[in-house]
Design a protein around this ligand. Sequence first.
Ligand code: SF4
Length: 283
Amino acid sequence: MEKAIDDYDMFSPDDRLLVAVSGGKDSLALWDMLAEAGYQVDGFYVGLGIGDYSDESGEYVRAFAAERDLHLVTVDLREEYGYDVPTAARATKRVPCSACGMSKRHLFDKAALDGGYDVVVTGHNLDDEAAVLLGNVLHWDIEYLARQLPVLEARNGFPKKAKPLVRLTERETAAWCVIRGIDYLVEECPIAAGNRHLHHKDVLNSIEKESPSTKSAFYLNFIDNMAPLLSGQTAGATGALNDCVRCGAPTTNEVCAFCRLVDKASAHEPVPVELVLGKRGRR
Ligand code: SF4
């Protein structure tokens, strides 16, 4: 982790960090590693309303913070914005991960800016980043490729973001949790089944089995050799962003995607997670 922080100039001990925690192994391992290394780091948890999964994940996060006397900031989608992820998925007729990811990104940014934090840090590991990279390459999505960096500087109303675990595999973060006695939620999100990144992880794992180190070469060589050629290819870099007229967040539209999501999802009758599971199961 320290090598990634140094190599990519992520942050220094003087910075205030906000780590996004889900209750899973990666984010809790990251929070523990950063605190152990002496960084000033608080946690941020979003209650997504995904049935028992969210209830349990919140319990793991709160217990972790309380046991170590660490400061945790929480937001609950249903209580504070009038919707949850299953309802947002049904209201927008899109896969749950789409509404979920957008909500989390917006709320992480907002919490960091409101709380005066210098950097938002997330527990994305090498497996996550390589899988996302494979998906972006398969679609040659230049906008996403240009932004798939271990660190993104603050710009146009977005806080600085960093991924200190990009050199570590998920087996290594799990091992850290075992060694350190960290209790984490082992179950995957119940509505993750249609997430294409899971399939890309399987593909990369089968390649890795035949050709060890391919995964790290694929991702780390992209960062060193390819990413510099793509700098300047994002909407933010080309100056195409303006402020949302409702919440002030950076957007390419008049009203940002998060405010439009809140409008739609909060007006929809609440949808239990079982109904989203049932619909996906019939596909
Ligand atoms: S798998 Fe998808 S729906 Fe579940 S927590 Fe992750 S992004 Fe949200």
